[in-house]
Design a protein around this ligand. Structure first.
Ligand code: FAD
Length: 392
């Protein structure tokens, strides 16, 4: 019998990524502690759809299905999107993706973050191999070669052979381990709201490139669209604060009235955006996953999907480690090799697309149009893009 505070793995942070990681590790027969400083959010079907939603790629849906939580999420409230239509305000060129072209029923699902977190939390509460420590905040950590100790703000102490930090973009653990992070703050904020349009969204994710940033209309299960509009910060603030009728008119105009006039909006919220890449993902008996390791521009809706791919890779490496030691150096290196380059390429790829499509330099606008039209005409290349976004 192991003492009560000794674990194979301690995961810090019960966001979508940390919760999925703790559950997946426990399903591999490992003894897991999950430490979270705030009580998980409560989701209720009767509540207004929460403003924070994510576009889940098929790889994330597949992970949730393997963990036995997908059916509950889908049946509660998830909007499938079957098509994507992306167009450039500078030249009118467009590209379309259709799930049917790849033989799939949908390209992904739009789901509230809160619903995902709550469903995972309920599953964790019923998982014999998981010990939940909430509310508790990690305040210090040290390793002795064989294990790592976490000190909590309630004077508790946990010992684990591997500590996984899923503690978000400002990751206190990344800082405690002195792991640097590169990147930059975008001169853009994201404005989010749920809006009703005159015409139905056709289960399509719509995205328009504008000089200030991208404007996405994502289909919600209740027939409305969730908008994510990246804009220069002063513009974002202005549009968040202006009176509703003026906002609806400006939004409809920016969206080229593709679904007719925008009729109503929920409350509006604003998020600063940044690109962040941790300089390394591992340290002795320690691994970073999710936003703690990488934060990306939301234009391609990939943030949490990349984090959930980290989960897949880490669980694979940790559970298959020699001597069943999840914190073995070889296992951690394997994880870092599998994920760091993929995340780095994705982050800079989105950064490049953001820069390219914001430019108003005429020759570039023209070349962009040629490129978009060429890709749209090439089915194999489009299928490759869909497969990459799907995480296949
Ligand atoms: C506007 C916007 C739109 C987005 N759209 C999409 C999208 O469509 N698709 C997509 O894939 N991604 C999207 N993202 C990104 C996505 O929201 C994030 O990637 C994701 O929420 C990160 O999850 P996480 O679990 O890594 O971190 P977080 O959700 O930040 O969770 C970290 C957790 O750690 C806890 N914690 C922190 N410090 C400690 C400590 N010391 N001790 C204990 N607990 C601690 C926190 O309380 C928190 O619960 C979007 C982001 C934005 C801003």
């Amino acid at each position: 019998m192991k003492p009560r505070n000794v674990f194979d793995v301690a995961v810090v942070g019960a966001g979508m990524v940390g919760s999925a990681c703790a559950l997946a590790l426990a399903r591999q027969g490992l003894r897991v502690a999950l430490v979270e400083e705030r009580a998980p959010p409560v989701w209720n079907i009767a509540d207004e759809v929460d403003l924070r939603v994510v576009a889940l790629a098929p790889s994330s849906v597949a992970l949730f299905a393997r963990l036995g939580v997908w059916a509950a999420i889908r049946d509660a409230r998830a909007g499938a999107y079957r098509r994507m239509h992306v167009w450039d305000s500078g030249n009118g060129a467009a590209i379309d993706f259709d799930a049917a072209d790849g033989g799939a029923a949908e390209l992904g699902f739009i789901v509230e973050n809160k619903l995902i977190q709550q469903t995972l939390w309920h599953a964790l509460q019923n998982e014999a191999g998981v010990s939940l420590r909430c509310p508790a905040r990690v305040v210090a950590t040290e390793d002795d070669g064989a294990a790592r100790t976490l000190r909590l703000d309630d004077d508790g102490r946990l010992v684990a052979r591997l500590v996984v930090a899923a503690d978000g973009a400002s990751s206190p653990l990344r800082q405690m381990l002195d792991i640097g992070a590169g990147g930059h703050v975008y001169d853009q904020h994201a404005l989010v709201a749920h809006v009703r349009t005159e015409r139905p969204h056709e289960d399509t994710a719509w995205q328009r490139f504008l000089p200030g940033g991208t404007l996405a209309f994502l289909p919600l299960a209740d027939g409305r669209c969730s908008i994510v509009w990246s804009l220069p910060p002063h513009e974002c603030r202005r549009l968040r604060e202006i009176e509703e009728t003026a906002f609806l008119q400006e939004l409809g105009c920016a969206f080229d009235f593709r679904l007719g006039p925008v009729l109503s909006t929920s409350a509006r919220a604003e998020f600063p955006l940044r690109l962040l890449l941790a300089e390394r993902y591992i340290a002795p008996r320690f691994a970073l996953i999710g936003d703690a390791a990488h934060q990306v521009h939301p234009l391609a809706g990939q943030g949490v999907n990349l984090g959930l791919r980290d989960v897949d890779a880490l669980v694979d490496a940790a559970a298959g480690a020699a001597g069943r030691d999840p914190g073995a150096v070889t296992a951690l290196r394997r994880y870092e090799r599998r994920r760091r380059s993929d995340n780095t390429i994705s982050a800079w790829g989105m950064d490049g697309i953001n820069r390219l499509f914001r430019s108003e330099f005429e020759p570039l606008v023209f070349a962009r149009g040629l490129g978009l039209r060429a890709v749209n005409a090439l089915s194999p290349l489009k299928q490759l893009i869909v497969r990459h976004a799907a995480g296949r």
